[in-house]
Ligand binder design. Structure first.
Ligand code: UDP
Length: 474
């Protein structure tokens, strides 16, 4: 497919290709990174698999994803490639099905896609991929194109996996399951505070394998970016940087005023809940979401529902279509005007709304950063993977919330919501949340720590592109 770029008048633009794994938690930070880079004057093509193209088009109504859209001084467009499975194959939810399929189809498809960019007059100057697709770095290296990686979880979790992969510390084993892990730049981590995939008892062996594979070839990356910021994880970043330089470029959170762009990568159709929020009192609403993957049990859904009903506050609850049947019968009718249940929300906008008082979250890293950036107190309800350490950091290190222990009960839901919204303890939590909001804004503003890192990367790409003659004549 040819690329036409209307409005490019200076006759040249360096081109960065970003490759995302098919998941909302992967796509959002990479797209936000793409916007910040594009805004500084580059063309960014964000590519992922065909099913993702289909889902973004269906949910956003944008059928021209391949057409470059202006973002600041640059442009963004999408491209898609096959993961080897039919677009509507439900089998791709299973990593044991998806990973071998994409592992064999993805690399040649990516090579082909890169060649087509050059043929169209826009050779790729750099490739950036996110976790679960380590082969993208191999493709970049084989084609002589510099490669980077965007780590989409915390630097604390990066350090933990990296140290496990390279056997740099003692971790729990079947014979010795109670080991506390001590890593430089991190507080001691008890087994129940580690990413659960590393526990010998974890049932998700495929997830562990897929995550750890990243660390096999990360040394091929010219840049390892992280969705974090210096003030948030300075000690951890400094400690790991003795082995590998990690460049914090976050929080990659919207709304981002600088990019002035409405391009979104929602995989679910976003419900209009802003009108409802506008009608609520300031700092009154409990917002609840467990992200794009977590499925709570019927019992937990029921306790959460009646717990929300017990809190004398309005609530906005994201219950994805695949989990709506788990809601207690009659709950939505019973909640009436006081509660709004939607299949998907514009979460970044919701958290930034003044009506929101607190966020009951599963602690995915994007949700964690979005809460910190918005200065919203949290009730944490982690399920697995990095959500568990993220919850620890939110509560014990960043001091912006309390943990709801699993399995949730309605009384505990009510108690936790009260703990972060009312009384002296809540005031201290709100004050810390406001400080993190300020720190996050400082990091991404012009000249802030993350903005400087992004600017250096863009300058380097522009320099390399002009030296190698990669810049296209339009
Ligand atoms: N999200 C959203 N609307 C919702 C729920 C989630 O836009 O109703 C977004 C959220 O803002 C975040 C992403 O989906 O950027 C979820 O990523 P996260 O890392 O928090 O969790 P995951 O879905 O990967 O478990």
């Amino acid at each position: 497919m040819g690329i036409a770029i209307e409005g490019v008048t200076d006759g040249s633009i360096p081109h960065v290709l970003m490759v995302s794994f098919a998941g909302q938690g992967h796509l959002n930070p990479l797209l936000r990174f793409a916007k910040r880079i594009a805004a500084k004057g580059l063309l960014v093509t964000l590519c992922s698999t065909d099913d993702i193209g289909y889902r973004i088009s269906s949910s956003t109504g944008d059928s021209a994803l391949g057409v470059p859209k202006p973002v600041g001084r640059g442009f963004i467009r999408f491209e898609f490639f096959s993961d080897g499975l039919p677009v509507d194959d439900p089998g791709r939810k299973d990593l044991d099905v998806l990973m071998p399929a994409i592992g064999s189809t993805g690399p040649p498809a990516l090579v082909d896609l890169i060649r087509r960019q050059a043929d169209a007059g826009f050779p790729v100057s750099c490739i950036v991929n996110n976790p679960f697709l380590p082969w993208a770095l191999d493709v970049a290296a084989d084609m002589g194109i510099p490669g980077g990686v965007l780590w989409i979880q915390s630097c604390a979790v990066f350090t933990t996996y990296y140290s496990y992969y390279h056997s740099l510390a003692e971790f729990p084993t079947e014979d010795n399951p109670d080991v506390t892990v001590n890593l430089p730049g991190l507080p001691p981590m008890k087994p129940e505070e580690l990413p659960t995939f590393l526990l010998p008892s974890s049932r998700f062996k495929s997830a562990r394998k897929v995550i750890l594979e990243q660390f096999g070839n990360v040394s091929k990356a010219s840049w390892v970016f992280a969705n974090s910021f210096e003030k948030l994880e300075r000690e951890t970043i400094d400690a790991i940087s003795h082995r590998l330089q990690v460049i914090p470029v976050g929080p990659l959170v919207e709304p981002d005023d600088k990019s002035q762009s409405s391009i979104r990568g929602d995989l679910f159709k976003v419900a209009d809940c802003m009108y409802w929020l506008d009608a609520q009192a300031p700092s009154s609403v409990v917002y609840v979401s467990v992200g794009s993957v977590v499925v709570l049990s019927e019992e937990e859904m029921s306790e959460l529902a009646w717990g929300l009903r017990k809190c004398s506050r309005p609530f906005l609850w994201v219950v994805r279509r695949d989990t709506q049947a788990l809601l207690p019968e009659g709950f939505i009718e019973e909640a009436g005007d006081r509660g709004l249940v939607v299949e998907w929300s514009p979460q970044d906008l919701v958290l930034a709304h003044p009506a929101v008082a607190c966020f009951v979250t599963h602690c995915g890293w994007n949700s964690t950063l979005e809460a910190l950036t918005a200065g919203v107190p949290v009730v944490t309800y982690p399920q697995w993977g990095d959500q568990v350490p993220d919850s620890k950091f939110l509560v014990e290190v960043y001091g912006v919330g309390v943990r709801l222990r699993a399995p949730a009960t309605r009384d505990e839901v009510e108690r936790c919501v009260e703990a972060v919204t009312q009384g002296e303890g809540a005031e201290a939590i709100k004050a810390r949340a406001a400080e993190w909001k300020e720190a996050a804004a400082r990091a991404v503003e012009e000249g802030g720590s993350s903005d400087r890192h992004i600017q250096s990367f863009v300058d380097e790409i522009k320099k390399r592109a002009s030296c190698s003659g990669d810049i296209a004549a339009v």
